[in-house]
Design a protein around this ligand. Sequence first.
Ligand code: SAH
Length: 370
Amino acid sequence: MTSANASVNLDKINLLDYDRKGLQAFFVEMGEKPFRATQLLKWIYQEGVEDFDQMTNLSKTLRAWLQDHCCIKAPEIVAEQKASDGTYKWVMQMSCGNRVETVYIPEEKRGTLCVSSQVGCALACTFCSTARQGFNRNLTVAEIIGQLYVAQNRLGPQQKITNVVMMGMGEPLLNFDNVVTAMNLMMDDFCYGLSKRRVTVSTSGVVPAMRRLHDVCDVSVAVSLHAATDELRDVLVPINQKYPLRELMAACRDYAKQGPRKHITFEYVMLDGINDSERDAKALIRLLSHVPSKVNLIPFNPFPQTDYRCSKPETILRFRDILHNAGIVTTIRKTRGDDIDAACGQLVGQVQDKSRRHLKLQRAGVQHVA
Ligand code: SAH
């Protein structure tokens, strides 16, 4: 599960940091043909070969040069947990002692990997425990694509990762260049070849970056909305003070016009007594009336030192029905079983919540396997 070259010296160039365009430029600069890039990508991502000497369609001289100057260094799995429903949660060791979580959720027709983009998070969403850790640093391209690389190698060919959601730790659009490069690799036919409909970036609403995304990377977008008025969203998702709903909705409308799914998915965490009333649902319907939307209601996952509570199951169902009746496709994020508590347990992997993780994993049927 670890790179064979994991212990190489740090001065070497990590080839996981480059997408196809980057590798082509890299090879041209050293006097090689650009098609070396696709050969190398296939070896790494499709053949799982990390030893340059085994890359037999590269010349001997090139192989020796790569051996001396380059490495393939992915994050390392330092803990693994497997739930009874097949969900995996991995703690991945990055450089400088940083660790992030990656989650794999198997379903009947797809396997979804939830990938982190930063160590910690600079945004201060009040209901999110990652926010409590503050921001440490951006992940590199190698550390982002490396989560997919390591996870797919670990799962093996029987369990294909078909979907990626950038919904782990961090705000992906605040690590724009690295996230875009990593997503390009995910969608590249010479790497994982995932369809652009199956790669989703989730954002708290960094409007200028959403607009830039349009131009460089055609992926699906999910927006963490959580409130339908500026007054409440300013509190729950403070970046709203900088990019208020009017600007966010305009950016969503524009993205939906060109985006691969022709709609935006809005995530809405269900907080008891805060954003879950009939009035809130109606405000949400009004807000979304000009944007092709789907809504994903997320039962709040509590953590220590939070005053928020998850909405009652019947409140969530009523909220969903109100949206449904207004013609908005609305789902409730959940595990296989349809009980709401299990859905809350499912979200453990998305928030760094060390102290109660143990208890919640037990409740969700997670056992230690490593
Ligand atoms: N920063 C990005 C992606 C990371 S969070 C974003 O904001 O979209 C992925 C999703 O989990 C977001 O919708 C986030 O709001 C939600 N989330 C965070 N903490 C949560 C919690 N305690 N319970 C339920 N959902 C939570």
